[in-house]
Design a protein around this ligand. Structure first.
Ligand code: GLY
Ligand code: MN
Ligand code: MN
Length: 433
């Protein structure tokens, strides 16, 4: 649980960095219609959630560092018993001030009237330029109104992207954020174990998908992204989400799935034999991916370059592919030529947080950035062997990915998702009836 004082600290830090004579402006995510009168499940915008803890749509946070009449203002939906009968309770203005720690709150309908006046004396507006073109236009419109209606006011001359300041802050996780992520990891791990235990020949991908979602939802957690439940060849489609095909009796099942807890995501992949026992070739490839993951996780330490763990995975995979006869040539040359990309075409991981692919720069001044304590990354090497004629038949159609969520600590890397069996033997053990 993220406490109100942590949200206040985040806002204060951003205000300090933006400086006086600045306006910082962020909007809630819109509700999106699915069809007719039905909406997609509402998910608050991660940046807005990070600064407010507020889960309602139709809201705008405006921060004016140094403003004497109040710095942190929220525009949101006022209480409305008639509407609340249909759509559920709203926090309303008074509670927005009290519970969210705002200095003042205004009805969202008044945004157009109030905003131009708030821009008086501002030199810069920080917002997420380009994220919402409609909001970008409105900001220009408010500035034009200020110029037209308040003589002598030029209005803010600079529109600055908020991205860098805010996303640098989000990249390093606080103690309570890590607790939320551990909770998401725990529930996601339980779901993955449940899927392993439920899996039997004759089942359909959809039945396994239902096991995952059941486990998330009974803990009140939505999936953090559309799960991938890919039997056999479907594992070769990196973004497979149909999840509706019969499982192959003697094939593998690749699952990539996680839930979110209080907005914080987990992201786990496991690959296991539908029948509970790896065949010889499946096990050989599986153990190679596992070795690559071990080598990569060992690089997730403070002071190491972000790219080091990808490089470690690539080296292990390339060497193994060469030993298995799937690649031939000198190891360094194979790496240099990226020959491994035929079988391993994605990166080994990404930041993890409120977004599954979380925010933050991976490179600074054209160099890979250095890992710091309390960054959280995924480590997810894989191998995807197609059906081309030059590949020995026993390797064809095998797709494997193993993915865990790793926190950078001052000491050993912390595997937040280690509760899911990872070795071939442990997977076979948990699948035994
Ligand atoms: N589940 C998305 C990813 O692994 O990056
Ligand atoms: Mn994943
Ligand atoms: Mn991932």
């Amino acid at each position: 649980m993220i406490r109100p004082d942590e949200f206040a600290r985040r806002r204060n830090r951003l205000c300090e960095e933006a400086g006086d004579h600045a306006m910082v402006l962020l909007a809630a995510a819109p509700q999106v219609l699915r069809n007719g009168d039905s909406h997609y499940p509402y998910r608050q915008d991660s940046d807005f959630l990070y600064l407010t803890g507020f889960h309602e749509p139709e809201a705008v946070l405006v921060m004016l560092p140094g403003r004497e009449q109040g710095e942190k203002l929220l525009f949101c939906r006022p209480r409305d018993p008639e509407r609340e009968r249909w759509d559920g309770p709203r926090l309303g203005l008074e509670a927005a001030v009290e519970q969210l720690g705002m200095d003042d709150a205004f009805p969202i309908e008044d945004l157009d009237d109030i905003l131009p006046g708030l821009m008086e004396g501002c030199e810069r507006i920080y917002h997420l330029v380009g994220k919402d073109p409609f909001l970008d236009q409105r900001i220009i419109g408010w500035r034009n109104r200020l110029r037209a209606e308040h003589k002598g006011q030029k209005g803010p001359g600079e529109l600055v992207s908020l991205e860098h300041l805010l996303h640098e802050q989000r990249l390093i996780k606080s103690r309570d954020e890590i607790r939320c992520m551990q909770k998401a990891a725990k529930i996601s791990a339980a779901a993955m174990r449940r899927a392993m235990q439920a899996c039997r020949p004759g089942m359909n991908e959809a039945e396994i998908s239902a096991e995952l979602v059941h486990e998330y939802q009974r803990h009140g957690c939505p999936p953090a992204y559309l799960p991938i439940v890919a039997g056999g060849d479907n594992a070769l489609i990196l973004h497979y989400i149909d999840n509706n095909q019969p499982l192959p009796d003697d094939g593998l099942l690749l699952i990539d799935a996680g839930c979110e807890y209080q907005g914080y995501a987990a992201d786990i992949s496991r690959t296991f034999p539908v029948a509970g026992r790896f065949t010889g070739p499946q096990r050989e490839l599986y153990e190679l991916v596992l070795a690559a993951q071990d080598a990569a996780i060992d690089q997730v330490r403070p002071g190491h370059a972000f790219e080091a763990y990808h490089d470690a995975a690539v080296r292990t995979l390339t060497e193994g592919l060469r030993d298995l006869g799937l690649l031939s040539g000198a190891l360094d040359q194979l790496i240099e030529d990226q020959s491994y990309r035929r079988f391993y075409m994605h990166k080994t991981g990404h930041w993890l947080g409120l977004d599954v692919h979380d925010v933050g720069d991976y490179r600074i001044d054209e160099q890979s950035r250095v890992l710091e304590k309390n960054m959280v990354v995924t480590v997810e090497p894989g191998l995807y062997i197609g059906h081309e004629a030059d590949i020995p038949a026993h390797w064809r159609g095998i797709g494997i990915r193993i993915e865990d969520d790793i926190r950078v600590t001052a000491g050993e890397p912390e595997n937040m998702t280690q509760a899911v069996p990872r070795s071939a033997d442990d997977i076979e053990a948990i699948m035994r009836p």
